[in-house]
Design a protein around this ligand. Structure first.
Ligand code: BGC
Length: 546
């Protein structure tokens, strides 16, 4: 994160070491956990727009759909049962991500990933062979448990394995895998929709077993993180692992810090109760609001329902799936922008730019739909007009892909002090799932009632969240994770919640003075101060004892 300056929980050390191939591949394998999440997001929209699928499981929706332009286009897909199919997964993911934290802590991160993968494979099998709605929904609940377990453990695993200065970039690989999963699902739907005989949807649903198997088998090959090994009392193995992943034998400083960190977090018996303390208010607010806002961009309306939406504006089945293919590919490509810029431009700039871009995209989309469909929802849309709609959906999706998409996962994962980090992460993941569930569940009904106003509804949220970022979200790029409290302390608003005594770290409690306390007692602490503080420490270490 900080050009090689990595400060551990002691607040006074740099860790030697580099990014090894070993750690690179371990992170790459773990990040494939994002594939199952993405595959699922991408597959359900396509499947629910396939005639043969609707005919078999949701005949009433199918009949309504056949009623073409004479029926109100806004309402033809509104079915509680159909939305339950899509959204049930996120309810299961919400609950299971809370349970996953126990397995992740007690047995190690890899076993949560493994269990997630296996459950996902079983869910995919059930879905692919479904003969009734009950089997479909049961399958989706199992897929949801898989998503919950992997989303809880993978980001944690990545943060613990990655060298601190590459944490941001490696964290976004998880988001990249989500987008790849969505895109692959779009491609598969495009192919299976063409299968004669009406069983294409079975192939789409059953193929979810592939990403499930990738993460399950991959997890078996993964080493445990040093943090997890220490937490479970395997100190010697943890040292050996540190030497291997950092590519150096000089790991004592980091090892000691991990032991301090582990003791410290063991001392906090009830992290979920502790997180409610006043001093954690800034982080708790972000843990709740960032995933909340991420979902209120309306991104999953596009991701789940793009084919349905495109059909609504008059595209044929195949053209609808083709258009979601385009948005899916753009989503993947634009994610690379954030991978390469997040540690240079910073989180705020990307969020502000992306927010404005998405706001404009939603407004134009709302106007385009309003002009054609008005409030009656009846229209005949020309090809050119439809292409305009797709283009503005792309403007919206790229904005998301380099702002709220990755940042919605990255920022919550880097702002918590160690003692509440895992509780904070769980809250953030379940909040994300809760909102994903809610949007998936109510979107089609909202479209039916709010009509084109729905786009303005999301635009209004974009405005609110962009203002929120501008005023309330401090920049966290290049700030060593254990010094993050300084960022809150110097913030015009959040600073009020943190008193000087709250600014401490492991070593203060162990009787060693901390530079952080000293630094914060100065009146004006800027990001530059924080950075130069870290740089000075590095120089002092390199110069040796004076
Ligand atoms: C969100 C998902 C969304 C995906 C789209 C993720 O960051 O959490 O809900 O479907 O991005 O790329």
């Amino acid at each position: 994160m900080d050009g090689g300056v990595v400060v551990g929980s002691s607040g006074s050390r740099d860790y030697p070491g580099k990014m090894t191939f070993y750690v690179f591949f371990a992170c790459l394998i773990a990040a494939t956990g994002g594939l199952i999440f993405g595959y699922d997001v991408g597959i359900s929209g396509g499947v629910t727009s396939m005639d043969s699928f609707l005919e078999k499981f949701f005949p009433a929706v199918h009949r309504k759909e056949l009623d073409t332009v004479s029926t109100n286009q806004y309402c033809k897909f509104d079915s509680q049962l159909l939305t339950a199919f899509t959204s049930s997964l996120y309810l299961a993911a919400l609950v299971s991500s809370l349970f996953a934290s126990t397995m992740t802590r007690k047995l190690g991160r890899k076993w949560s990933m493994f269990s997630g993968g296996v459950t996902f494979v079983v869910g995919a099998t059930l879905n692919g062979s479904a003969v009734n709605v009950a089997m479909l929904i049961l399958g989706r609940l199992l897929l949801g448990i898989g998503v919950g377990f992997t989303s809880q453990s993978v980001p944690l695993y990545l943060s613990e394995m990655a060298p601190a200065r590459l944490r941001g970039m490696l964290n976004i690989v998880f988001q990249l895998m989500i987008t790849i999963g969505i895109f692959v699902a779009n491609v598969i739907n495009y192919g299976t929709e063409k299968i004669k005989g009406g069983w294409g949807w079975r192939v789409s649903l059953a193929l979810a077993a592939v990403p499930g198997a990738i993460i399950a088998i991959g997890a078996l090959t993964l080493p445990d993180t040093p943090n997890s090994l220490i937490e479970r009392g395997h100190d010697e193995e943890a040292k050996a692992m540190l030497r291997k992943i950092r590519g150096t034998t000089d790991i004592e400083a980091e090892f000691e810090d991990l032991v301090v960190a582990s003791n410290q977090s063991k001392a906090v018996k009830h992290p979920f109760a502790n997180i409610r303390m006043r001093k954690y208010r800034p982080q708790l607010t972000m843990a709740i609001l960032l995933p909340f806002f991420q979902q209120l961009t309306g991104i999953n309306v596009v991701m789940f329902y793009a084919p349905v939406l495109f059909k609504t504006i008059g595209f044929g089945s195949s053209a609808s799936l083709m258009s979601s293919l385009i948005t899916g590919l753009i989503n993947v490509i634009a994610t690379f922008v954030s991978i390469f810029t997040v540690d240079k431009l910073g989180r705020r700039k990307l969020l502000l730019e992306g927010g404005i871009q998405m706001f404009l995209g939603q407004i134009v989309l709302g106007i385009l739909i309003a002009i054609k469909f008005g409030t009656s929802g009846v229209a005949d849309v020309s090809k050119t007009y439809a292409i305009f709609v797709v283009a503005f959906i792309c403007v919206f999706v790229t904005g998301f892909a380099w702002s709220w998409g990755p940042m919605g996962w990255l920022v919550p994962s880097e702002i918590f002090p160690l003692e509440i980090r895992s509780a904070g992460q769980s809250i953030s993941v379940s909040m994300n799932m809760l909102l994903t569930f809610t949007i998936a569940q109510v979107f089609l009904a909202m479209l039916c009632h709010m009509k084109f106003g729905l786009f303005f509804f999301f635009a209004a949220w974009m405005f609110i969240m962009t203002m929120f970022v501008y005023f309330f979200l401090p920049e966290t790029k290049n700030v060593p994770i254990e010094e993050m409290i300084l960022v809150w302390k110097k913030h015009w608003f959040w600073g009020n919640f943190i008193v000087d005594e709250d600014i401490h770290n492991g070593d203060v409690e162990n009787g060693r003075p901390s530079n952080i306390v000293h630094l914060c007692s100065q009146e004006h602490v800027s990001a530059v101060d924080i950075r130069s503080h870290a740089v000075k420490k590095k120089m002092a270490t390199e110069a040796g004892p004076s």
